[in-house]
Write a protein that binds this ligand. Sequence first.
Ligand code: ADP
Ligand code: MG
Length: 305
Amino acid sequence: MTARATDFDSLDELGSGRFGVVDRVIHRDSGCLFARKRIRLSFDQQEHELQQREISVLKRTVECPFVVYFYGAMFHDGDIHILMELMDASLRQFYLAAYSSAVNMPITNPCCNTLPIRDIKPSNMLINRSGRVKLCDFGVAGILKNSIAKSNVGCQLYVAPERVSISMATGGGLGAGDEPGFTTASDVWSLGISLLELASGAHPYGSWKNPFHQVQHLTEGPPPSLSAEAAAGRFPQELNDFLSCCLAKKANDRWRLPQLLEHPYVGGVVAMETELRDRTGQFVCSVLDRCDSSSLAAVGVTVKE
Ligand code: ADP
Ligand code: MG
């Protein structure tokens, strides 16, 4: 199918983020539904480059079953429109609408299999009514250089301790892909924080007041873990253990991807994948049927990182 940007009608808003709005659209001739991300083009060359990179990374990940399908990108009215597979909610929207540990398990395998995708966080983990979890937004954080430094050094909720230390040591600005310290070890940290957030229903570092508070907490405090109440009987011991492997404070102590994929928690999840998907799918449907799509979309607007 070849299509132009004007062949699509917007149905409703799915959410909004740093670069623009994502809406559900219908292709008029075929009746097919898509998610369309509209990225405002800035005149800033750095941003422009970044946005171009996002498109090229998207192109490379087309065939991965754990990544939302990318149909194409079009320029329109000074914006870039990215057409993707339509999912039903982000895990962030989902857990805020209906917290349940049920959504926790099926995400581990997709995440481990798509690292280093960068920018790992619950709003980039999408779920559909079949209980499938897929990641989106590839490469954005890895390439963000000036744009993050410009918008804020602070309160990047999923960033690893070594990355905030580097950024402070170098006078601000979080490291981009080619700077020391930005390795898959940092992605493993972000994965751990995201899993912890989804498991406990709240971000473990929800209370930072400013970037200095963040740096102090991240570098000097103990690594976050499931609270005793959250852990009590509700989660398998393997999850606690998996989290501590992801959330070692020193990047060198953190487990690497091949090790994580061998971890009993991931093994257990893979072994019961079909059953899990069915169960998660039923749960997702029951929640979404009760939810108003505009209330889900509103969740994204308030994301502050
Ligand atoms: P962020 O990831 O920082 O929240 P984005 O602009 O990437 O910002 O996306 C905004 C929101 O739109 C996401 O949080 C998610 O809820 C929703 N969204 C993005 N892509 C899709 C998609 N393919 N299907 C359904 N919802 C999506
Ligand atoms: Mg996103």
